[in-house]
Design a protein around this ligand. Structure first.
Ligand SMILES: [Ca+2]
Ligand SMILES: [Ca+2]
Ligand SMILES: [Ca+2]
Length: 468
């Protein structure tokens, strides 16, 4: 969530993308860098045009990693030439202190999307995972490789381990995670193209890696809004992959899968029917009651169509269990055009979603205010248009205009840009946190409140307010 927000903040004001082939040059600082570039040029036919991964932890055209476990790093270099349609990868290694290239090979598309390292193909294996793509297509192709060293004699090879038809390695989103907790990473490919959506698992099968199984995902997925993994519930060590899907209609839904005896197994999925235990003999017919899957339906509450869809699954309370969010209009906003939502996060416990966290998210301003349990359903938020201040007020449905009745006010949060002509000295407000860039975050709690819902300014500052 934080990364997503920073990403928006960083790109909101200008369309400038610093990671482009023209703007970034390989460092030419040390003799070793020079030696590496010389080795690349010697290995490549024509002039190499360096290519930079677009996402992930490694953003340089030169990626250093100890692939064969000999204690010194090899280099992977991504490049194209006038003779190649696809980006290629050149492996560089050292022999007697000299850089040389034992091999280079073609990638699977025009650009490199990301590079990652994982332990997939067996105990002690180091695997290179590369996403290949191009700007015209949102479907990427996954490559998984290992470096098989030829005794340091220069005959080592970067071997592709996923020898499938290209469409079998296609994906729109992915996750690398040890879902079955056997010590080896598993890879999950998510696809939503050609009107069908799937999750595909790639794991170690005893002698190599293979697609272990695949299952259908929701109909009409527009895009994957999030994918994360972790413990499913407080009472079990079972791990799940949580997939947030944006559906047509700007609605989000979550599917959850685990691995049981080597097989991907739905925990929450579109295909699930009602739990047979719900339909005991003589019991009431619960077929009209929403399934767990249907209970995860929520509106996309992102502040604009350019922002990443929200809310998505996360470990919101740092207890190592992943929570599933829902969102409902705050009291009084059911019929409004500009809705402020209460976002709730739930844990799966005994086939039910139990709320463990509720908050008002001000995504534009970059903060949230957690709702104490007794606030839920009884407190709403009013946005002061002139300064963007959020006022938290007791909701009184008997008033003619409950959203204009500020008499039951409980708290305010205001964000002030130091460079603007807003009030900078807010009497009786307190600073809620350190300034972030040019933004100061202020809070206010009325004196002598009478309401049972009242909070203290310390509570606001230390328990309820936090930055996104
Ligand atoms: Ca090495
Ligand atoms: Ca595993
Ligand atoms: Ca949690």
């Amino acid at each position: 969530m934080l990364a997503g927000l920073l990403c928006i903040l960083a790109t909101a004001c200008n369309g400038f993308d610093p990671v482009t082939e023209n703007l970034m040059r390989p460092p030419r600082l040390t003799p070793e860098q020079r030696a590496i570039e010389d080795a690349l040029e010697a290995a490549v036919l024509g002039d190499p045009i360096l290519k930079y991964p677009q996402s992930g932890d490694y953003r340089s055209a030169f990626v250093f990693y100890d692939l064969d476990g000999d204690g010194s790093e090899e280099a992977l270099v991504f490049y194209a030439t006038e003779y190649s349609d696809y980006t290629r990868v050149c492996l560089l290694d050292q022999r007697d202190g000299e850089w040389f290239s034992p091999c280079e090979l073609s990638g699977l598309d025009r650009d490199v999307e990301f590079v990652s390292f994982a332990n997939i193909s067996g105990p002690d294996a180091v695997n290179v995972v590369i996403g290949w793509g191009n700007p015209e297509d949102d479907v990427m192709t996954m490559g998984i490789y290992s470096y098989q060293d030829g005794d340091g004699d220069g005959s080592g090879e970067l071997v592709s381990l996923l020898n499938y038809a290209r469409e079998d390695a296609a994906f729109n989103s992915y996750l690398i995670y040890d879902l079955d907790n056997d010590g080896l990473d598993d890879v999950f490919l998510l696809t939503n193209h050609q009107r069908t959506s799937k999750i595909k698992g790639i794991s170690y099968t005893g002698y190599g890696i293979g697609i272990t199984n695949q299952l259908s995902l929701s109909d009409s997925i527009v895009q994957f809004a999030g994918v994360t993994a972790g413990r499913i519930s407080p009472r079990s060590a079972r791990r799940g992959i949580f997939i947030d899907e944006l559906l047509s209609g700007d609605e989000l839904v979550t599917e959850v899968f685990t691995i049981t005896e080597g097989q991907l197994t739905p925990v929450i999925s579109q295909d699930m029917s009602h739990n047979p235990d719900d339909l005991e003999e003589g019991g009431e017919d619960l077929s009209d009651f929403p399934t767990l899957y249907e209970q995860t339906y929520r509106s996309n509450t992102a502040s604009s169509s350019e922002s990443p869809a929200a809310p998505v699954c996360a470990d919101i309370n740092n207890d190592n269990i992943i929570e599933i969010p829902t969102a409902q209009p705050m009291p009084g906003y059911e019929e409004q055009d500009e809705i402020i939502y209460l976002t709730e996060y739930h844990q799966l416990q005994e086939e039910q979603l139990n709320r463990v966290f509720a908050a008002a998210f001000n995504r534009d301003a970059g903060y949230l205010v957690k709702f104490p349990e007794e606030w839920v359903g009884n407190v709403t938020v009013v946005n002061q248009l002139e300064n963007g201040e959020w006022r938290f007020i007791t909701y009184n449905p008997n008033q003619k205009n409950p959203l204009e009745d500020l008499s039951g006010e409980l708290a305010r949060v205001r964000v002030v840009n130091q460079n603007s002509y807003q009030d900078k000295f807010l009497e009786s407000y307190v600073q809620l946190c350190e300034p972030r860039g040019v933004f100061n975050y202020y809070g206010y709690v009325p004196e002598n409140p009478v309401s049972t819902l009242a909070i203290t300014v310390d509570q606001l500052k230390n328990e309820l307010f936090s930055l996104l």
